[in-house]
Design a protein around this ligand. Structure first.
Ligand code: BGC
Length: 804
């Protein structure tokens, strides 16, 4: 439970504490400065350090968390600290909720003064953070600054697409740019730590938090993890405009049983290492400063008290130097999980497992002193936890510049160049799922066909929803809706707008008004979907994912007019809409595109831009198919024709449903555009590779061992971009490997008729995996490779990994 109360100001929709003064100040300044800034901003763009999509997981920026100079400062300070002051560094509260029942605290300022708190979160604004920071730095005995955290998930004030949409760009560079902007804005408001990226692998769309991550695949997820970390932490972690990133929720949170949020997970070590850990590892290698331990239990042990995942894998094997913060009260939830019957034991188990900072439970504060005095927790363990937290504080330059320049705060928000990146990201995030011919030509782009347009649906003019479920300090009023942008572009007289009802409630008269609007127009655009705050994100698991309310009815009645229909889906998960995918000629998955939603969609609808988004997940036909993911095992009885539920006796005894196809509605990696591509057959530069040479390459770290190519041709009449994807299958190994694994991707832009040879340089790691003997390595095997436009296409080639 998250109590979200405030004693000193307001708590916004996400529970973020803002002082009233700051809110008014910012609102006024943003409006006043918006125009002036457009002219005044220089081209100080975001850092564009490239994160190559085809890069190996080893690509990392130098780890800035530890250096002899930092360690010396940490040790000097540690030597001056009392045990109470050390324990204080391990404690974190949500500012607005510090008065709430969970923590039982009412004395935030006094605690800071006494050095009893190391971090606050959900307090934002240069003025509010400076005020509290002054207490820490000026009034506490050792002047140790606080680190202010916040969930800056897909933007701070400039809201970018929801993370699932960012993943659908398949473009780590744009994700890095967006994260850099989020860092510039957040740091200007005194926030130097974000609880992002969420790098949980999500294979089950029932889980509402799928929306906050990068989908189902560890390779794509790792590329995105690196991009977020590089963007937030910037070139220099100690620059005042860098913020520390936090890889969460460590680990296995996305595997929640039944898609029910917070639920327990059973994950074998092989599955953990092959699927759930890689994006965390990528974040760690990119230099992420912090990790957040998850709510779920893994194989019976809560992730927030799990010595195997935290102490052994993260800290020992990977050598992570930063600190681990618990999720919100996940230390006290160790009791509900059932491995502690009192708070002291919960604190002891979580801390000794490696959770350095207690978010909101108040249990470290209450129990740690006694735990040390009784010998249950050693002084050395305390020093180790505190050392990690101080290390991050020194590494981020917090001791050198603890305050934020209040005069510069508003100027950092919604800058024209930031809005430009938001528009590019939004345009790239939208996936064209279907584009059938109407009167002989694909319905989209509408261009000349749009002489009069019926714009229908509860999400056509809903600015608040465009921000998504976790939009930082983003505001609906900053978002451009589809209605606004389309009207600006086409003119009021060409748009017949009919809301068609609310997301959850639609009356017959709403529907008939929409039907009339469609009848009066050449084409109808329907903007339908989920309500972001209540149906996606945390604690928003769904057992049904059709269109909520009567939107399906609305859709069917508009389609029945016979007018061509474009359906735009706004959602934080794939929606199961078999009827729509059969009867609606054009369908776009828009997720929640952020502040530039309307502009991006208008460009795509009218053909000023072409869709380039690809699915970061397998789109189900029915909820009963979940969990659904492309990189599944083959089973001993794979369905021979998974596209058809078996009807005849001889095909009964295979792995399938009797009442639904086995394939997804749209496969992982899929996405159409306004031209078409032909992928030629895949070829590889070798037919045999010796395992011993691969082992040598593994030891030497980073050697390309193979080139894989395919000719890709633009077969349409318009220039276009495709994302070429490299898939690998490894057979004959000690443990079963999936039917396909993504191991590379690159976007290719081709003129009409142009053919290009797309090449993937493949290093030895692409053939390595966590084998039956519980170690990472290569084995003799048969390898199949595809260069393809999705996980369900491509003409493969094979080669052998031979023992020699
Ligand atoms: C969420 C985290 C978030 C934290 C702090 C928790 O409920 O699971 O993702 O970072 O709250 O707001």
């Amino acid at each position: 439970m998250k109590p979200r109360s405030a004693s000193l100001g307001n708590v916004n929709a996400r529970g973020i504490f803002v002082t009233p003064v700051r809110s008014i100040f910012c609102a006024a300044l943003v409006v006043l400065l918006g125009v002036a800034l457009a002219a005044a901003q220089t081209a100080k763009g975001p850092a564009t350090a490239k994160t190559p999509a085809n890069a190996s997981a080893r690509t990392a920026s130098p780890n800035q968390l530890s250096s002899p100079a930092i360690e010396a400062k940490v040790n000097t300070l540690l030597a001056k600290m009392t045990l109470e002051e050390k324990i204080g560094q391990l404690v974190q509260y949500s500012a607005g909720a510090a008065t709430g029942p969970t923590s039982g605290r009412t004395d935030d300022k006094d605690m800071i003064r006494k050095g009893q708190v190391g971090s606050l979160f959900n307090v934002t604004g240069a003025r509010a953070t400076n005020e509290l920071q002054h207490i820490a730095v000026d009034e506490s005995r050792l002047h140790i600054p606080l680190i202010f955290g916040l969930d800056v998930i897909h933007g701070y004030r400039t809201t970018f697409p929801l993370n699932l949409g960012l993943a659908a760009t398949w473009d780590p560079e744009i994700v890095e740019k967006a994260s850099r902007i989020a860092a510039l804005e957040a740091s200007a408001a005194g926030v130097r730590w974000t609880f992002s990226p969420m790098v949980d692998i999500a294979r089950d769309a029932r889980w509402g938090r799928m929306s906050e991550g990068s989908g189902e695949d560890p390779f794509l997820g790792s590329a995105m993890a690196r991009a977020y970390v590089h963007g937030y932490q910037g070139e220099k972690l100690d620059a005042p405009d860098s913020i520390v990133a936090c890889a969460k929720h460590y680990v296995g949170y996305g595997a929640a049983e039944g898609g029910r949020d917070y639920n327990s997970t059973e994950i074998s070590e092989h599955t953990l290492r092959e699927y759930y850990l890689p994006p965390f590892r990528a974040a760690e290698e990119a230099g992420v400063g912090t990790f957040m331990s998850a709510f779920n239990a893994i194989n019976g042990i809560p992730a927030s008290a799990n010595p195997f995942t935290i102490k052994q894998i993260l800290k020992k094997e990977w050598g992570f130097k930063g600190f681990v913060v618990s999720d919100w009260t996940s230390v006290s939830e160790v009791m509900a999980h059932g491995i502690a019957i009192d708070g002291a034991t919960a604190a002891q188990k979580a801390f000794l497992a490696g959770v350095d900072m207690d978010m909101q439970s108040n249990l470290y504060h209450q129990n740690m002193l006694k735990l040390v005095q009784s010998g249950k927790v050693s002084q050395a363990a305390i020093d180790e936890g505190v050392r990690r937290i101080l290390r991050v504080k020194f590494a981020m330059g917090l001791f050198d510049h603890p305050y934020t320049d209040e005069s510069k705060e508003s100027a950092a928000f919604l800058r024209p160049d930031s809005l430009g990146v938001a528009k590019t990201a939004a345009t790239k995030s939208i996936v064209l799922l279907r584009n059938e011919a109407v009167s002989g030509a694909a319905l989209l782009p509408l261009s000349a066909k749009a002489s009069s347009v019926a714009l229908i649906g509860p999400l056509a003019d809903d600015a608040g929803n465009m921000i998504g479920s976790w939009g930082g300090l983003g505001r609906g009023e900053d978002a451009i809706t589809l209605r606004r942008a389309l009207t600006q572009k086409l003119g009021e007289s060409r748009i017949h707008y009919a809301k068609g009802g609310e997301i959850l409630s639609t009356s017959d008269s709403d529907i008939s008004a929409a039907v009339s609007a469609a009848k009066d127009s050449d084409v109808a655009i329907l903007a339908l979907g989920e309500d972001a705050p209540s149906m996606t994100g945390e604690a928003a698991s769904r057992a049904w994912f059709g269109l909520p309310g009567r939107q399906q009815d609305l859709l069917e009645k508009v389609v029945a007019t016979g007018k061509p229909v474009v359906l735009i889906l706004f959602s934080g998960r794939p929606l199961t809409l078999p009827w729509a995918f059969e009867h609606v000629p054009a369908v776009l998955a828009a997720w929640y595109p952020g502040v530039q939603a309307g502009n991006a969609l208008t460009d795509l609808l009218l053909g000023d831009a072409a869709p380039t988004g690809h699915l970061p997940l397998s789109w189900p036909r029915a909820v009963g198919q979940e969990p659904l993911y492309y990189n599944a095992l083959n089973t001993g009885r794979p369905a021979t024709d998974p596209d058809h539920p078996a009807e005849k006796g001889e095909t009964k005894y295979v792995s399938r449903y009797i009442d639904e196809k086995g394939t997804p509605q749209f496969p992982f990696g899929f996405g159409l555009t306004y031209t078409s591509f032909r992928y030629g057959s895949t070829s590889a530069s070798a037919k045999d590779i010796s395992v011993s040479s691969l082992r040598q390459a593994l030891a030497a770290k980073g050697k390309n061992v193979l080139s894989v190519t395919a000719d890709v041709t633009n077969t349409g009449s318009r220039a276009g971009e495709t994302v070429a994807q490299l898939y690998v299958r490894i057979d004959g190994t000690s443990i079963a490997m999936p039917v396909r694994m993504l191991k590379g991707f690159q976007s290719v832009t081709l003129a009409p008729g142009e053919t290009r040879k797309v090449t993937f340089d493949v290093d030895e790691e692409k053939f390595a995996f966590w084998g039956a003997e519980n170690k990472f390595g290569v084995e003799p095997a048969r390898v199949t490779l595809w260069v393809a436009p999705s996980s369900a296409e491509g003409e493969p080639t094979t080669l052998n990994l031979t023992e020699r």
